[in-house]
Design a protein around this ligand. Structure first.
Ligand SMILES: NC(=O)c1ccc[n+]([C@@H]2O[C@H](COP(=O)([O-])OP(=O)(O)OC[C@H]3O[C@@H](n4cnc5c(N)ncnc54)[C@H](OP(=O)(O)O)[C@@H]3O)[C@@H](O)[C@H]2O)c1
Length: 330
């Protein structure tokens, strides 16, 4: 099938400036952690990428290890870029990362210069790209000096293999140190990628302020708590859900009765707002203008379209926020 991108792709999407940089990101970005690997159906995820681009989603987030098997999401994405997006590369922000376990031995994990630089070369080969737009340190490394890891990010930019640097899951103190180092190398940190959702709020405890002070953008990952913050698990665990799949990172023991009780109450508030729970969970993150983008996953086109519709209502009444807070803290 030949893909022809929608001419209206930039009409409805909201774009937010990423910190104080020159880059704007779509308020909703697409992540390829699950559902785009070698074990998944090619034509299904190819259509998800088409629909995303048609809706103005310009940012696609990958990492060296996404699959399974590790590396296969980058390979698949590279294939789709070649088949369908050859003349649209400059309309896209493509990111990748290194930091988690990728290859055997002491050089395929964490934050050494050796690992990051070798891994980015592998990622570029898999995606058949000359450069990525953002290269991230995927996680802090307690055993490697921060200037080695940040130096490797800076070198990648200087070598023309990445345009911007980013960090993921760094706590606020380390984020400040990383930001200072990257500034001193003239490759300022563009963006931080933390886990952030109604169920995971550590970023509110200082990180958002550090990002704001340093002009760094924020892209929230797992905004739906891997699907928990949707109507998916209201009546048990569907067979096709991430929690039920052997390759899914959402463990069955994370779908607790206590959480589902909260989800049921949140679902009622969402219904009163004429939104799905997924839409409300995304809007709840985007109500903070410092959140540049919400990085969703999707296992089919309908989920993605449902999530994008959240942009139609990002406003909350004080009473709604109060009720949500009561449920989350209850
Ligand atoms: N930096 C890091 O360390 C890190 C870690 C994790 C993720 N990430 C990034 O963040 C991205 C998103 O993470 P995530 O996939 O956990 O995000 P998420 O949006 O919290 O969860 C996505 C999953 O929720 C379900 N879902 C999505 N929309 C739905 C809807 N409208 N109705 C019902 N169910 C819906 C689907 O699960 P089913 O498969 O059950 O249908 C989907 O695969 C990743 O792809 C990756 O790019 C980064």
């Amino acid at each position: 099938m030949i893909y022809q991108p929608s001419e209206n792709r930039y009409v409805d999407m909201i774009y937010r400036r990423c910190g104080k940089s020159g880059i704007k990101l779509p308020a909703i970005s697409l992540g390829l952690w699950h559902n785009f690997g070698g074990v998944d159906a090619f034509e299904n995820f190819r259509k998800i990428i088409w629909k995303a681009f048609d809706a103005g989603i310009t940012h696609f987030d990958l990492a060296n290890n996404y699959g399974p098997p590790p590396g296969s999401a980058e390979e698949n994405f590279g294939r789709i870029l070649k088949m369908d997006f050859q003349s649209h590369r400059d309309e896209m922000i493509i990111s990748t990362k290194a930091g988690w376990d990728m290859w055997p031995g002491p050089y395929g994990d964490f934050g050494s210069r050796k690992y990051l630089i070798a891994s980015l070369d592998q990622s570029l080969k898999r995606m058949k790209l000359d450069y990525v737009d953002i290269f991230y340190s995927h996680r802090p490394d307690p055993f490697t000096a921060l200037d080695e890891t940040m130096g490797a990010l800076a070198s990648s930019v200087n070598a023309g293999k990445a345009i911007y640097t980013g960090i993921s899951s760094y706590e606020s103190g380390r984020t400040q140190q990383a930001a200072d180092l990257l500034k001193s190398y003239n490759t300022p940190c563009l963006i931080h990628q933390p886990k952030y959702s109604m169920f995971e709020r550590w970023v509110e405890d200082g990180l958002m302020d550090v990002l704001d002070d340093n002009g760094i953008g924020c892209i929230a990952f797992s905004p739906l708590a891997q699907g928990l913050l949707t109507d998916k698990y209201l009546n048990g665990i569907p067979e096709d859900s991430r929690a039920a799949k052997a390759t899914g990172f959402l463990q069955l023991n994370e779908v607790t009765t206590e959480r589902i009780e909260k989800v049921k109450k949140l679902n009622i508030i969402a219904q009163n707002r004429n939104q799905s729970l997924a839409q409300m969970a995304i809007a709840w993150l985007l109500k903070d203008e410092r959140v540049t983008s919400v990085l969703v996953g999707a296992s089919n086109v309908n989920q993605l379209l449902n999530n994008i519709t959240s942009l139609a209502n990002l406003k909350f009444l004080p009473d709604e926020l109060h009720q949500i807070e009561k449920i989350l803290k209850g």
